[in-house]
Design a protein around this ligand. Sequence first.
Ligand code: ADP
Ligand code: MG
Length: 367
Amino acid sequence: MVKQAVKVFVRTRPTATSGSGLKLGPDGQSVSVNVPKDASAGPVNNQQEQFSFKFDGVLENVSQEAAYTSLAHEVVDSLMAGYNGTIFAYGQTGAGKTFTMSGGGTAYAHRGLIPRAIHHVFREVDMRADKMYRVHVSYLEIYNEQLYDLLGDTPGTSDALAVLEDANNSTYVRGLTLVPVRSEEEALAQFFLGEQGRTTAGHVLNAESSRSHTVFTIHVEMRTSDAASERAVLSKLNLVDLAGSERTKKTGVTGQTLKEAQFINRSLSFLEQTVNALSRKDAYVPFRQTKLTAVLRDALGGNCKTVMVANIWAEPSHSDETLSTLRFASRVRTLTTDLALNESNDPALLLRRYERQIKELKAELAM
Ligand code: ADP
Ligand code: MG
């Protein structure tokens, strides 16, 4: 096992106004933000307070391609070598989480990390003739503490869906459809299918914002093509687009949307508590308090290579949200995970191999 620091990058959404109150350091890693002092401090108040942070990188005005290079390239290479990965986007609504993970609009150049990771995976599959790969994708949504399967014959929620741990203490979602995909095109088709099913409701900050957390997962099964060897390696990459991290008060919501906001705040506040507990090295970590933290357990402290993208929208009016995102991000940066190769001599894998060999033999006999 290899100890890994969780990497944290900040990505800024381009702002319309100048003087956003955000200052980047010349090292490309530090950032400071000016926040007005509390309004209750006095009637005449233009005092500013400055907060500084350091991350693994600050991405300002970078293309989607450059963002992929910083955030995902290494994680996908390690996925193909048999290691788990998670990349998750955190930040207020409108800050660019979905733009980063999925992409913006239909322009090819605006493709996000998910379609680019799919492309990268199949490029590796095609290049490595010495290995045999099988790829599956799944798409999970967590909405109001319910798990939704966005793929398969019957997308939606069901009691069969549950977050569990396997024999190696790794988390997985029981009942979630894993769709086998043989090419980039097939994987992209599943991704777009799942995107259409995402639960969204209107919202004053951003009409298109998702009120849910989504996890697109690329599952890779790698075997040596040597017939005598029974070595199999299973790995997966979670690409996570979290719901907006803003506090409820600002958005003025009521009714159903308020209920959603409370669920979102609950899961994100448990995410915060989980990160704090891990950061303090507490004996008890509240992973099981919400579906979100249960799903992210490996990413935050288990067998996983993890990257966080803290998306910020550095308009002066959002400075409090920006500060709270940067504070959370710097706490996440204190976390470490234990990376290990997921070698398996799982009989189910071997059985599937024999089934395939029998099928191939039958096909040969029929010729
Ligand atoms: P979120 O998912 O965090 O709510 P979005 O990804 O939907 O935010 O982004 C909100 C809007 O800002 C979208 O119209 C998106 O295209 C735009 N946007 C966000 N980040 C960027 C960026 N880095 N470059 C260009 N446009 C961006
Ligand atoms: Mg979004």
